[in-house]
Design a protein around this ligand. Structure first.
Ligand code: DQA
Length: 142
């Protein structure tokens, strides 16, 4: 049982990127913590990061082809722009959970619309790196 964890643009810079918004943990730290928590529940994690919209689309298709249990998707800024990601989520049967470290609803107006959230099974946001762990919990209950 594998959970895909797909991270979008600029999340490779976690740790140094606007730490007052996103915290000081690196993406590798967060993914290591998530993998350990998943392993305790009998799930493997396949964690990936890309700055390219089409690669994220390809990986959503790959999750389906791999028979993934679920996808956790933090699409970064593509969340607010990408009809292609919206369509990709709707094109696969694997449930997708939208994840954000910050709470976009408390931020700039341009972050209030989520093309990902309009197609996802559910959303976890606002808990910093722990958003991924809360989403993992939801994923294991699906
Ligand atoms: C983010 C929120 C997005 O609005 C932003 O563009 C990001 C990170 C988050 O995890 O809080 O890159 O997805």
């Amino acid at each position: 049982k594998t959970i895909f964890v797909l991270n979008g643009p600029n999340l490779n810079l976690l740790g140094t990127r606007e730490p007052e918004v996103y915290g000081r943990e690196t993406l590798a730290d967060i993914m290591a913590r998530l993998s350990a928590a998943a392993a305790e529940r009998g799930f493997a994690v396949d964690a990936r990061q890309s700055n390219h919209e089409g690669e994220l689309v390809d990986w959503l298709h790959a999750a389906q082809a791999a028979g993934a249990h679920c996808v956790l998707l933090n699409a970064g800024a593509y969340t607010h722009t990408s009809v292609a990601l919206h369509d990709a989520i709707r094109s696969i049967k694997v449930p997708v959970i939208e994840v954000h470290l910050s709470n976009p609803h408390l931020r700039e107006e341009f972050r209030h619309k989520s093309f990902v959230g309009m197609a996802a099974r559910g959303t976890v946001c606002g808990f910093g790196a722990d958003s991924y762990l809360v989403a993992l919990d939801a994923a294991t209950r699906l």
